[in-house]
Ligand binder design. Structure first.
Ligand code: EPU
Length: 307
C-alpha cells in the first residue's frame, strides 16, 4: 500500500486512504484530512466545499470504487473534548467524541437523557446528524444547540428551536458539526446504570452486535394503509420484522447476508464487496414490496464516487 502525503497550507492530505467503516468493506478516499483546529477545518472547506465527513463509519457503506471528494475525519483530540456540568446538566461534547463513551460519562455524572442510546456506535456529530435512536429514545431530544461550520466556511450555531429533528433526520447534513451542547437532567447514577444495562441486554439479545454490520440497514416504514397482523395506517413498523416475515433471513449475495438474528442487519464476511451489500438490499426491498406492498428505504448512508 502506498500512501503519499502532502502538506497544503498546514492541512496534511493523505492520498488513497482507507476508510474505516463498521461493514469492514468498501472503497477508499482519494484524499483524506484530519484537521486539528477550526482553522484547519476551514482550510479543508476551502479546498473542497463538497467535502464529506467520516464519523465512526457505523452507518456507512462506501462504494467499492471509493470517493473523490475530500474526506474529513474529526479524530484529533481537539474534537474529542467533553465538558460536563453536573449541577445544571449542561454537557458540551466535541463532534468526534465517541457516543458510547459520552453515555458512560453522563451516567457516572448522574445525568439522564442519553442512557437509552446504549449500543449505538457513533461519534457525537454523526449521531446528531442522523438523529440516532431506537425504541429507547432519540438523541435529538437531548440536544440544546449545535456548533458547526457551513459550506461557505462560516462558523454557525443552531439552537434546538431551529433544528427539525424527525425520525432518523436532523436536516443538519449540509453542516459540518464541530460540537454539540446537550441539556440533561440530574438523576440517580444507579438507576441510570440499570436502565443502560437493560437497553444493552435487549439489544445483545436481538441484534448481531459483534458481527461486521452497520446496524439497521433500512428505516422503519410508515404504513400507508392497514396491514393485517402488522399495524395500522400511519404506524411506523419494524423493517426487520417485515424482512423476517418476507422470508429474507439468511438470503445472501456474495459475502453479504441478511442476519438470522435480526432481519434489518446485513452482515459481511471476508472478501465481501459493497456491490454485494447493495444488490442484497435491492433483493430484500423487492421481496418486502412483493409481500406487503411496502417500499422500505435505506437508513445507512451510501457514498458513491462523485455522489
Ligand atoms: N422482529 C422480528 N424479526 C426480526 C427483527 C425484529 O420479528 O428479524 C420483531 C421483534 O421481535 C420486535 C419488533 O420486530 O417485536 C421490533 O424489533 P426491534 O425491537 O429490534 O426494533 P426495530 O424497530 O426493528 C429499532 C431501530 C434499531 C434499534 C431498535 C431497538 C430502526 C430502523 N431500527 O429496530 O436501530 O436498535 O429499534 O431500539 O429504527 C439502527 O438504527 O441501526 C438500529 C439497529
Amino acid at each position: 500500500m502506498s500512501v503519499a502525503t502532502e502538506d497544503t497550507n498546514a492541512v496534511v492530505i493523505e492520498r488513497d486512504a482507507p476508510l474505516s467503516t463498521w461493514f469492514g468493506i468498501g472503497g477508499r478516499a482519494d484524499r483524506l484530512a484530519r484537521p486539528r483546529s477550526i482553522e484547519d477545518l476551514l482550510r479543508c472547506v476551502r479546498l473542497d466545499p463538497a467535502l464529506r465527513v467520516l464519523g465512526d463509519g457505523a452507518n456507512l457503506l462506501v462504494h467499492d470504487e471509493g470517493v473523490s471528494e475530500l474526506v474529513v475525519c474529526l479524530s484529533d483530540p481537539r474534537w474529542e473534548r467533553t465538558e460536563i456540568d453536573q449541577r445544571t446538566g449542561r454537557v458540551v461534547a466535541g463532534a468526534g467524541v465517541s457516543l458510547p463513551r459520552l453515555i458512560k460519562a453522563t451516567i457516572e455524572a448522574g445525568l439522564s437523557g442519553l442512557e437509552g442510546l446504549g449500543g449505538i456506535p457513533a461519534t457525537v456529530g454523526g449521531a446528531v446528524i442522523m438523529n440516532a435512536g431506537g425504541r429507547f429514545g432519540q438523541i435529538g431530544d437531548a440536544v440544546q444547540s449545535v456548533h458547526a461550520v457551513d459550506r461557505a466556511g462560516i462558523e454557525v450555531v443552531r439552537d434546538r428551536r431551529e433544528i427539525r429533528f424527525e425520525y432518523r433526520r436532523s436536516g443538519l447534513h449540509e453542516l459540518i458539526l464541530t460540537s454539540v451542547e446537550f441539556m440533561l437532567s440530574p438523576s440517580d447514577p444507579a438507576a441510570l446504570r440499570q436502565r443502560h444495562k437493560e437497553v444493552m441486554e435487549y439489544k445483545t439479545g436481538s441484534q448481531p452486535l459483534s458481527a461486521d454490520s452497520a446496524g439497521c440497514v433500512f428505516k422503519n416504514p410508515l404504513l400507508a394503509s392497514d396491514l393485517e397482523g402488522i399495524g395500522a395506517r400511519g404506524e411506523r413498523v419494524s423493517a426487520g420484522r417485515l424482512i423476517d416475515l418476507a422470508g429474507c433471513k439468511g438470503l445472501s449475495v456474495g459475502g453479504a447476508s441478511v442476519s438470522e438474528r435480526h432481519g434489518n442487519f446485513i452482515v459481511t464476511s471476508r472478501g465481501c464487496l459493497a456491490a454485494d451489500v447493495l444488490e442484497l438490499m435491492e433483493r430484500v426491498r423487492a421481496r418486502v414490496a412483493d409481500r406487503f406492498g411496502v417500499m422500505i428505504e435505506p437508513e445507512i448512508v451510501v457514498w458513491r464516487r462523485d455522489r
